[in-house]
Write a protein that binds this ligand. Structure first.
Ligand SMILES: [Ca+2]
Ligand SMILES: [Ca+2]
Ligand SMILES: [Ca+2]
Length: 360
């Protein structure tokens, strides 16, 4: 299924809530974009074979052109590579063309997220020009940006960080390494560069218990260690709290089903196959093992006798990304059992966290 608004694919196996959230985000984005007709150089997520940016990379007063062009296609989506041309349109640098989603110089529109350059400009005021692209993310989790810098006639990876508001409510967005933070406000997209190290950006807000993410558009200006919001073009909407569920539930289920709904609930058995990744390496964390169990169950059809009760949610590779980022609540005893192998546990998935418990 395609989103009628942004034309991106929406995972049909995702829960209704996830799909609605996605559509709501698109609708908000459309409103934001319609209010700001002068957004420059925003690559189309899907259709456009090339995204193009202009900047004086080497400071000689002549403008170079940076292009991210589609060069390959695989089952998981399209791959893009970088090329840089001088003012007379001569190729002066070309990035790699490998079908590797992990390569920091490879971009793409993949089924687990889009990673295409969003801005080419001096983003930190040091005089050198950077290129910023989001790492692919599932729908509503903080966006991590890949930053490359033009240095010695080539683009080189500099860091992979997020811009989350800290402290909350301060309007300050310092660059920070991806952590366990899952709630709050974060810069989710660079829409374009303005003068004097100012950038037009999308800011997403998602708070615990909030029914859907909010989306605003702002101009941010260079500040210590990152940026501060200078002005809002489209202010953040007031968060809407999720309605309290009124259905009758057993006491233990009621405790485990707070305001935000359950996305998936299943029992899983950790077999030998769940303890190793596809490269054969022994997995050592609850996060990796539970993720491998779902990848085995859906993708490789390796199912253990007690893998029961979840047929659709984690069929989506996008949803399986939750195992990499979402906080996981798991009692130590169960964690040890999972890591050792042979465990049978119950897993409950909420928007923003995964809870592991003893089977009832
Ligand atoms: Ca130049
Ligand atoms: Ca710079
Ligand atoms: Ca299993």
């Amino acid at each position: 299924m395609r989103c009628a608004i942004c034309q991106n694919n929406i995972d049909e196996t995702a829960s209704r809530t996830a799909r609605l959230t996605r559509v709501a985000l698109c609708a908000l984005l459309t409103v934001a974009l319609c209010g700001v007709p002068a957004i420059a150089q925003e690559p189309d997520d899907d259709a456009q074979p090339t995204a193009s940016f202009s900047a004086d990379l080497n400071g000689d007063g002549q403008t170079e052109t940076v292009k991210a062009a589609k060069f390959g296609k695989q089952e998981i989506g399209d791959f893009y590579g970088l090329s840089v041309y001088d003012a007379s349109d001569k190729l002066i640098w070309k990035g790699p063309r490998t079908l590797d989603t992990q390569d920091p110089l490879i971009f793409g529109s993949w089924d687990f997220g889009v990673s295409l350059p969003e801005v080419v400009a001096d983003i930190d005021g040091d005089g050198a020009v950077e290129l910023v692209a989001p790492a692919p993310v599932s729908d509503v989790s903080p966006v991590t940006f890949r930053v490359l810098r033009w240095q010695d006639d080539a683009f080189k990876p500099v860091f992979v960080k997020r811009l989350m508001e800290k402290p909350a409510g301060s309007g300050l967005y310092p660059w920070a390494k991806p952590g366990e933070d899952y709630y709050g406000r974060w810069v989710s997209k660079f829409l374009g560069a303005e003068d004097n190290q100012k950038f037009k950006v999308k800011i997403t807000e998602y708070q615990k218990g909030q029914e859907q993410a909010g989306l605003g558009t702002a101009v941010i200006a260079l500040a210590e260690k990152g940026y501060k919001v200078e002005r809002w073009i489209k202010p953040m909407p007031q968060p809407t709290a999720t309605e309290q569920k009124t259905e009758t539930e057993t006491p233990s289920a009621a405790v485990k089903s707070p305001a935000n709904g359950v996305l998936a609930e299943y029992m899983c058995q950790i077999g030998d196959e769940d303890l190793r990744n596809t490269a054969g390496e022994r997995l050592k964390t609850v996060r990796d093992i539970l993720g491998q169990d779902r990848a085995n169950f859906h993708r490789y059809k390796i199912r253990h006798r007690r893998d029961i009760g979840e047929e659709t949610f984690f069929a989506s590779a996008n949803n399986r990304q939750m195992f990499q980022a979402a906080p996981i609540e798991c009692p130590n005893k169960l964690a040890n059992w999972i890591i050792q192998g042979g465990a049978i546990v119950e897993v409950t998935v909420y928007p923003g966290k995964i809870v592991v418990s003893q089977p009832r």
